[in-house]
Design a protein around this ligand. Sequence first.
Ligand code: AMP
Length: 216
Amino acid sequence: MNIILFGPPGAGKGTQADILVKFYELHKVSTGDLLRDEIKNNTDVGNKIKLLMDRGELVPDDIINNLITKILSKKKFDNRLIFDGYPRNLNQAKKLDLLLKEYKQRISSVFSLEVNRESIIKRVIGRQICSSCGLIFNKYYRPAISKNHTCDPKYLNKRSDDNESTIINRFETWSDKTLPILNYYKQQNLLHQINGMGEINEIFEKIHVIIASLEA
Ligand code: AMP
């Protein structure tokens, strides 16, 4: 099964993806994480995209398509992918369909996490990511405490684009460029809209029930 998690920045896609990865033994493809790795590793691509990411704009499709092709071509990920933050526009969605066809795969479902603008801003401003274990926390909604996190708190970091001015731009980019994809997947009967405002486990349960009904 290949899944797409869809939703605005801060909707909880990364958090749900991490749970689904463990539960269904999937491989997470977060284009945001892949791009941040390029920046961290000081690659040519990394140097080209830093400014765009800091402004909350999309990076060019050819860069994204290259990253995705590398992953889809790996046999070990065959039908085991969960896409988080990809595709981000209609061109990417169509290119993904072509690539999936080439590698004889398909999308099983698209889960759209629906969260209002006010919560998104609070979620993004409070987000903390552990650079050691990769877990995602939120200092307002889900703080890292000894019960849920065993690493030293010094590893908790904020993303450089998780600030108030960038999030407004990211949200606008999402509304203009990414939201139109929803219809593309709706027309293919792949779309499941989920209220993303509840507890993490409740949201996972809703996704899990839908996946179980599709597999039955
Ligand atoms: P994310 O981690 O998904 O919130 O993405 C962080 C930033 O990376 C976005 O604001 C974009 O600048 C860039 N980005 C991530 N995924 C994509 C994508 N599929 N297409 C274009 N830009 C992307």
